[in-house]
Write a protein that binds this ligand. Structure first.
Ligand code: AMP
Length: 550
């Protein structure tokens, strides 16, 4: 058979086309940003597009080569949004730096990425002043503020964002890039070894936005008011700065204010109906609302929260459903997967379930979206059945899943076209994915596995507990045993016996933690996830010492 060449137009999908189209289709739709002064900044997609054109000219005046990395060290706000589109659209790569990184990591990442310029929020200037002598390749620092707000700084040379764009034309001649031209770079959290870079291209970013914004997933449209309470420096704020404009949703950026009170005020004043963030964000909002003498449903506009980045506690899913009439949509993804892969969307199937079964499905990682594939494998790398019981290493494929890390590092994560996520999961016969643990967090007790997140979820059934964290520590007989660290809610009387009784109802006896410790605080990453590395180190000999004492 003669194979004819494709007769279709080869039109690349570019991120700049998203904002161009938003300016045409939804010129009056708003973008609202909460500024550090607590003032709200509001403008439209059309106004944003004009400034993005001006910024692209500003970048051109600075000078860069196609593919050069231009970094940001910034919170969620309209200028960061403009940088997303102008840098990528002009042919450079936006590298979003995480301000919560340790000094050494920040320095390492800036040098590894070879960042040429850094756009920085005034509040993060001290972080760069500390490392400036170690990052000689950075040519200039641009402060994200107006001329009258320029702070004193030791950074040099230093420029002002608003001066860079002032007087520039509002019609930039966007370059004709190819679909695989790179546009974004984000580093993994690097809890073991150095962080690795994940580079996104235009096509992968646009496809991710098209699918994740569609009705198979977040279902964005012009009626929506969308608030990503997930930082724009962490995996493109789950792609929402691309998917919301693509489907015409109003965007609400919360700046650096992710506490319950601030979120409540924004949800209330902007009538937010869809919010996104890690579980601790929604725990914070609930704790705030619970501490107030609120009306029955204090957040009536909010109808959906999309929750990923860590396991969803089932009793928080229930609280959001029963107290606030909010649908909790479990999501799964990672930096390497742009990030969204699967979601527990509402459907006739979910709606017909009895409440407890429904909350369980909502707290799962949901079903993989069109275009992506998920599979679980055993130790011999054989695929396991999707029976909801057998657990294995989760691997994924898809047009927005990376095939190699920046500069070719971490080759061991890629085999036979799959990316090894490092997560342990089960898939049930209906296609629902449930993440049981990170492979490195699984506790190996006498050769058998205990899943830390399942144990944490069981502990959270006890109303006294605010947060729970299970880690494996050394044990003389079993190699490793779990210990449970908890923080408590105020005004509740805590009893270890009661907690153990609750755990016994949900987990096997041999899973019960060998120690339960009440702590003041648990450590979190910059994105609000529990981080266990430091705790494992701190408590590694806890049980050994107990045995020696007794
Ligand atoms: P990051 O690359 O920092 O976004 O982290 C990705 C990791 O977060 C995944 O590999 C999972 O271990 C974890 N994660 C993300 N979503 C979920 C979820 N729905 N349930 C449990 N863990 C999750």
């Amino acid at each position: 058979m003669t194979m004819h060449p494709s007769a279709m137009m080869a039109m690349p999908l570019l991120t700049s086309d998203i904002i161009k189209s938003a300016a045409l289709r939804y010129p009056n739709q708003e973008i609202v940003s909460l500024l550090p002064s607590n003032r709200l900044h509001t403008y439209t997609y059309l106004a944003a597009y004009k400034r993005i054109n001006q910024l692209a000219y500003g970048l051109e005046s600075l000078g860069f080569n196609p593919g050069d990395r231009i970094a940001t060290l910034a919170n969620n706000h309209y200028r960061h949004f403009e940088l997303y589109y102008a840098i990528g659209g002009a042919g450079a790569v936006i590298h979003t730096l995480n301000p919560r990184l340790f000094r050494e990591q920040l320095e390492y990442i800036i040098n590894h990425a070879e960042d040429k310029y850094i756009f920085v929020d005034p509040c993060f200037i001290p972080l760069l002043e500390e490392v400036q002598s170690q990052i000689p390749k950075v040519k200039a620092f641009i402060i994200n503020c107006g001329q009258d707000e320029m702070p004193n700084t030791k950074l040099t040379p230093v420029l002002c964002y608003e001066s860079l764009i002032e007087g520039q034309s509002q019609e930039f001649n966007w370059p004709e890039l190819t679909a695989n031209h790179n546009c974004g770079l984000c580093y993994t959290s690097g809890t073991t070894g150095n962080p690795k870079g994940v580079i996104y291209d235009h096509q992968s970013s646009v496809l991710h936005a098209m699918m994740s914004g569609s009705s198979q997933f977040l279902s964005f449209n012009e009626w929506d008011v969308v608030m990503p309470a997930v930082p724009m420096y962490h995996v493109v704020a789950w792609g929402i700065p691309y998917s919301a404009p693509m489907f015409g949703a109003k965007l609400v950026f919360c700046g650096d204010k992710l506490d319950g009170h601030s979120l409540y005020r924004l949800i209330d004043s902007q009538q937010v109906n869809k919010g996104f963030g890690v579980p601790t964000i929604w725990l914070g909002l609930h704790n705030f609302l619970a501490s107030q003498a609120c009306p029955k449903d204090p957040i009536p506009s909010l109808k959906l929260v999309g929750v990923g980045g860590a396991a969803s506690p089932q009793n928080l899913v229930k609280t959001y459903a029963e107290q606030y009439d909010v649908y909790w949509m479990g999501l799964w993804g990672m930096t390497e997967t742009s990030p969204l892969i699967s979601a527990a969307i509402n459907s006739p199937y979910v709606e017909k379930l009895d409440p407890e079964s429904r909350y369980r499905v909502q707290s799962s990682a949901g079903k993989a979206m069109f275009g992506t594939q998920i599979e679980i494998f055993d130790h011999e790398d054989q695929p396991l059945p999707h029976d909801g019981v057998q657990q294995g290493l989760l691997k994924v494929k898809g047009p927005w899943v990376l095939k190699q890390y920046f500069k070719g590092e971490g080759q061991e994560s890629f085999q036979q076209g799959w990316f090894d996520t490092g997560d342990i999961a089960v898939i049930n016969p209906d296609g629902y994915l449930r993440i049981l643990d990170r492979a490195k967090d699984v506790i190996k007790s006498g050769g058998e596995w205990i899943n830390s997140t399942q144990l944490e979820d069981a502990a959270l059934d006890y109303e006294c507990i605010n947060e729970a964290c299970v880690i494996g520590v050394k044990h003389p007989k079993w190699d490793e045993r779990p210990i449970l660290l908890v923080t408590l809610k105020t005004n509740k009387v805590f009893s270890k016996e009661e907690l153990v009784n609750i755990l016994k109802r949900k987990v096997a006896k041999w899973w019960l933690p060998d120690a339960i410790l009440v702590v003041e605080k648990l450590p979190h990453t910059g994105t609000g996830k529990l981080t266990k590395v430091g705790l494992r180190h701190e408590y590694q000999n806890y049980l050994m010492e107990q045995v020696l004492i007794s």
